[in-house]
Design a protein around this ligand. Structure first.
Ligand SMILES: [Zn+2]
Length: 252
C-alpha cells in the first residue's frame, strides 16, 4: 500500500546493496520550478510541445524551434537543483555500482553533481548539426539571440538540440545501458515519473524481473504502483534526503 514514509526494509536494502539504479522523471524537475511549457500566459503559449519537438517542425522552421529551445534552456539555467537532486549525488557516492537514469533534459542532475548518468532523452544544454553531427559551439549558437538561425560552421547544416524528439529513437546504446543496470540492480528507485512513457516505463518492471526491490517515490501512485514493492508518496526533495541520510547512517 502507498504510504508517506519509506520502510526500514528499503533503508536496509539500500545500505547493503552493491548495485542500485534510479530512474527520474519530470516530477523532480517540477520541484525545481521547471515548467511543463504548457503554462498559460507565456510567449510560447500558442504552441504545444509536440508541435515544436519533432523533426518535421524543425525542418519547416528551424529558427522557431531553435528559439524555443533557447528559451527552455534559459529557463532551466535560472532554476537550481533541489534537495532531491543533491540526495541522488550523495547516494551515488555511497553505492559501489550506481546508475542514475533520467528522462529529464534540463541538466539539473549534472549541475547538482551526478556523474554516472544515462540520459534517455538527451540534454538541452547540448546541440549538434543535423547534417554532419558535429557538436555545436557557443559561437555557432549566437545568431539565435538576435533572431537569426544557428548553422554549422563546418557544413552549413542547421543546429538542433541534443534531445529526443517525438517519433525519434533513443540515443544508441543508452537504453541498453539502462536496461543492464536495471537488471543487475538489487534496489531500483523510480522517482517523480508517471511511468507511462515507454521504453523508460519498462525499466522498473525489468528491474523487478531481475530480482530488484523496486520502490516508487512520487507525489501520486503511478501506473506501475501495483507492481512495485513499495510506494512512497511525497516529493523527491523531501523523501530522498531523509532516505539517503538513513542509508548513510546504516552504511557507516
Ligand atoms: Zn555540420
Amino acid at each position: 500500500m502507498p504510504h508517506r514514509a519509506f520502510s526500514h526494509e528499503l533503508v536496509d536494502r539500500l545500505a547493503r546493496a552493491q548495485h542500485v539504479a534510479a530512474l527520474t522523471g519530470a516530477g523532480i524537475s517540477a520541484e525545481s520550478g521547471i515548467p511543463t511549457f504548457r503554462d498559460p500566459g507565456g510567449l510560447w503559449e500558442q504552441f504545444k510541445p509536440e508541435e515544436l519537438a519533432n523533426v518535421q517542425a524543425f525542418l519547416r522552421n528551424p529558427k522557431l524551434v531553435q528559439a524555443w529551445y533557447t528559451h527552455r534552456r534559459n529557463v532551466a539555467l535560472e532554476k537550481a537543483p533541489n534537495p532531491g537532486h543533491k540526495a541522488l549525488v550523495e547516494l551515488e557516492g555511497l553505492v559501489p555500482d550506481f546508475l542514475l537514469i533520467t528522462q529529464n533534459v534540463d541538466h539539473l542532475h549534472q549541475r547538482a553533481g551526478s556523474k554516472r548518468m544515462a540520459e534517455l532523452h538527451g540534454n538541452i544544454t547540448r546541440s549538434y548539426c543535423i547534417d554532419c553531427g558535429k557538436t555545436a559551439t557557443e559561437q555557432e549558437m549566437t545568431p539565435i539571440a538576435s533572431g537569426g538561425v544557428a548553422q554549422c560552421s563546418a557544413c552549413g547544416g542547421y543546429i538542433r538540440p541534443d534531445v529526443v524528439w517525438f517519433g525519434e529513437m533513443l540515443p544508441e546504446g543508452v537504453m541498453e545501458w539502462a536496461g543492464e543496470a536495471a537488471q543487475r540492480a538489487e534496489v531500483f528507485l523510480s522517482i517523480g515519473t508517471s511511468a507511462v512513457v515507454y521504453p523508460a516505463a519498462g525499466l522498473p518492471l525489468l528491474a523487478k524481473e531481475g530480482g530488484a526491490y523496486v520502490a516508487e517515490i512520487n507525489i501520486e501512485a503511478s501506473a506501475i504502483a501495483g507492481y512495485v514493492d513499495e510506494v512512497v508518496l511525497g516529493k523527491a526533495g523531501e523523501v530522498l534526503p531523509a532516505l539517503v541520510q538513513a542509508v548513510r547512517e546504516k552504511r557507516a
